[in-house]
Design a protein around this ligand. Structure first.
Ligand code: CDP
Ligand code: MG
Length: 737
């Protein structure tokens, strides 16, 4: 049964466990190859003819389930909304009618499950209602978790505006490496990962009077862990109010988990949405999406904006480019089409744009990741294009390999997406797959993240807050046992646990860092090697969520030359260090970044992250020490990443532990002339599997750094570095080109 093998859960885009840049990059790489073919085709077609005649054949087969009763109230158009005052807008939301009832329900019950259609006002209004009703007496706060960083920020900024305060004052947010709150903050939006970390300092959440676990249906790893923790706390803090809010129909499951907590249902306004499927399967959804956008734009009446669900930033940027070129080419032959992207790393000034109303003579097309599925609501959407894919992480506990793959969505997600077309009036959803495929190939529900991800991070966190019996932790859905065991084994090898499975002093310090265990270990080990300054720079550069170099097509040669100027002969981590240090020498100049083809925004983020890591070093009492000895730096890296050792063997690299074949990424400074032993930061999957960010290591270091982990025969032939090259093979051959 082939369909059985298709994993279907949907990821949350940006803030996957710990929200580290690693996976983000992985995702970028993946998308790059995924759509490569399509882009070439779009360009070719574009250059010879218009594509105006090119059409996707859709057939309408159904209405969206449950959407046939049209609501009584007339829709509020985006233009009308523009004219409304903030107060009127607030009152126009479906939750408003239930304000008093809701406040009373919170007073009457400790735990409340809230179910309401996306866009009904749960996230922005409910915390405000409670604030207005006096739930913030005695300087207590109302907390609200979001699975995504972007959602936490954008919602907080919206609510600050509604309350009429500066962001960070009464209303604030907290995300990894960024705290925008103050003493006065009464309503605090935060990522689920941040709340999890707060348990370390405040195990009873004493500063909160209300905690809302929002977007519960997303079932991210952190949210799932929070369920167990807050349920436990509620027992000994009867004054703490808990709200579990969800957009979809999991309410009964949540209610059961929280000892049959009452469900507060907010009826949504939902207009009918016609569903269209393609007649035949589309081989290339990126191509098909571009055609469909133009097709809708040219055949459907105004007003009515388009929302397209894509899998990642790179894909979005490519479609944006392709569309803009065609729009330019078509000129005045078509009405104005405004193309706007929304994805996790989009700078916040750009995010604001998608919320601006569309001029009546134009149409807006929003190219979004699944962030627009439920976390972010854009008004005025009438048409949804759903290619049916999402990027999702997977983890193989046996090999330790983590991947982000593009996979088909679940039916539940497909229906969420379609529902976005019917918020302000009747809409249409164009699915770029067949009705047969929907019926037979899509799973009903996504798999919760906890069942398909590496648990190293949360296991360390749980142990550090005193939860030692992980097997009997109160999970809504338990993770696979092998994954738990693999996490414990990894932590043991890193020295975070002793042989009894208890947290060591090192482990306790590691938990202080909001980074993956391997990175935390690397940072702590830097003390011993006298290179804490260099290591936190490297850690910060690895943690940024975007690429460091840019490469405009017209200047590719210059950009490549500039990048090579930073190269270190011993590996990419040192290259990153070079970039940062040279930028620092220019006193963090923007001009220098431009001249060096380095992304200024990314560098600023690296600097912010570095500052925070610096503060954390102080907290664990590690002195700032600096060295120019690249061997010491590489040893500190190896102390954290010794798992990721690979050896050149008969022309290709194999991981030492699992004999997994892989290669150095062509962007690496070690690609041309590979050493025999390397240690990588991560594996990325594109056309092939590559090791990204690699350093040259001496296996003899490992017998000291990880004596329990490697057997001496696994580390042998330490003295024969670069023998493969001596045998007369070129670098290209060795890389299997
Ligand atoms: O949480 P739920 O999906 O129920 O709704 P919400 O996020 O509270 O959104 C309520 C309304 O606020 C929607 O009409 C959004 O368009 C609007 N909103 C906004 O204008 N700007 C934001 N940053 C967030 C929400
Ligand atoms: Mg919401």
């Amino acid at each position: 049964d082939a369909t059985k093998d298709i994993p279907t859960a949907y990821i949350e885009e940006e803030d996957i466990p710990g929200g580290d840049g690693r996976r983000w990059e992985q995702e970028r790489m993946k998308t790059a190859t995924f759509r490569a073919g399509a882009k070439d085709r779009i360009k070719d077609d574009y250059s010879d003819e218009l594509l105006l005649d090119e059409q996707i054949d859709f057939i309408q087969t159904s209405l969206m389930p449950g959407a046939d009763e049209a609501p009584k109230e007339p829709p509020i158009s985006a233009a009308q909304k523009k004219k409304m005052t903030i107060d009127e807008t607030r009152k126009s939301l479906p939750v408003f009618a239930f304000r008093e009832e809701f406040i009373q329900a919170v007073k009457d019950h400790q735990v409340l499950i809230i179910e309401g259609e996306t866009g009904s006002g749960k996230t922005t209004q409910l915390p405000q209602y409670l604030y207005e009703a006096g739930f913030c007496a005695d300087k207590k706060r109302i907390g609200c978790t979001q699975p995504r960083r972007v959602a936490a920020m954008s919602v907080a900024s919206r609510v600050a505006e509604e309350v009429g305060t500066k962001l960070g004052a009464v209303v604030g947010y907290s995300i990894r490496f960024e705290d925008c709150t103050s003493e006065r903050t009464a309503i605090k939006y935060m990522t689920d990962g941040m709340l999890l970390r707060e348990f370390m300092n405040e195990p009873d959440l004493a500063s909160y009077s209300v905690m809302m676990i929002d977007e519960a249906h997303e079932r991210t790893l952190h949210t799932d862990i929070l369920f167990g923790l807050v349920k436990d706390i509620a027992r000994f803090r009867p004054d703490l109010k808990l709200l579990i809010s969800s957009a979809t129909l999991d309410a009964d499951k949540f209610s059961k988990f929280f000892d049959n907590a009452p469900i507060f249902r907010i009826p949504g306004r939902r207009f009918p949405v016609d569903i269209y499927y393609t007649k035949a399967p589309e081989t290339d959804y990126v191509d098909a999406a571009v055609i469909s956008i133009l097709q809708i734009h040219m055949t459907q009446p105004l007003p009515g904006d388009i929302l397209v669900f894509l899998t990642g930033q790179e894909e979005i940027e490519n479609i944006q480019e392709a569309l803009n070129e065609r729009i330019k080419f078509l000129g005045s032959r078509i009405k104005e089409l405004i193309v706007l992207p929304i994805y996790a790393n989009l700078p916040s000034d750009m995010q604001v744009k998608i919320f601006e109303p569309t001029p009546p003579t134009a149409r807006k097309v929003v190219l979004a990741t699944n962030i627009a599925e439920t976390s972010v609501t854009i008004d005025g959407i009438t048409y949804v294009i759903d290619p049916g894919f999402v990027k999702q992480n997977s983890y193989d506990a046996r090999s330790g390999i983590e991947q982000l793959n593009v996979v088909p969505i679940a039916k539940a997600a497909a229906n969420q997406r379609a529902g976005r077309a019917g918020r302000t009036g009747p809409g249409k959803c164009f699915r770029l797959y067949t009705a047969w495929c929907y019926k037979h190939e899509l799973e009903d529900q996504p798999t919760p993240e906890i069942q398909r991800t590496n648990l190293g991070n949360v296991v360390l966190l749980l142990l550090s807050i005193g939860i030692n019996d992980l097997v009997h932790f109160d999970f809504l859905d338990p993770p696979p046992k092998e994954t738990l065991i693999a996490a414990l084994e990894h932590l043991y090898a890193l020295g975070a646990l002793n042989h009894k499975g208890e947290l060591t002093t090192l482990g306790r310090k590691m938990a202080e860092f909001p980074t993956d265990p391997a990175m935390s270990k690397m940072i702590l080990a830097s003390d011993e090697y006298g290179c804490s300054e260099e290591i936190i720079t490297i850690a910060a550069m690895l943690s940024v969520n975007a690429s460091i170099f840019y490469r405009p097509k017209a200047m590719a040669v210059h950009a490549d030359a500039a990048r090579k100027g930073f190269w270190s002969p011993v590996g990419d981590h040192l290259t990153l260090l070079n970039v940062f240090n040279r930028w620092k020498e220019t006193n963090f100049s923007t001009q220098w970044c431009m001249e060096s083809f380095v992304q200024h925004r990314t560098m600023k983020r690296a600097r912010d992250i570095r500052e925070q890591l610096e503060a954390l070093l102080e907290r664990v009492e590690i002195e700032a020490k600096s060295t120019t000895d690249t061997e010491a730096i590489r040893k500190a890296i190896a102390a954290g990443y010794f798992y990721n050792l690979a050896k050149l063997d008969k022309g290709s690299f194999k991981t030492v532990k699992h004999r997994h074949t892989t290669q150095i990424h062509p962007n690496s400074s070690l690609f041309e002339d590979p050493p025999r032993w390397v240690m990588y930061y991560e594996l990325v999957m594109t056309t092939k599997e590559f090791m990204r960010e690699v350093i040259d290591v001496d296996p003899r270091w490992l017998s000291k750094i990880a004596p329990h982990y490697y057997k001496s025969n696994e580390l042998e032939d330490a003295t024969t570095k670069k023998t493969a090259r001596k045998a007369g093979k070129s670098a290209a051959e060795l890389q299997g080109k």
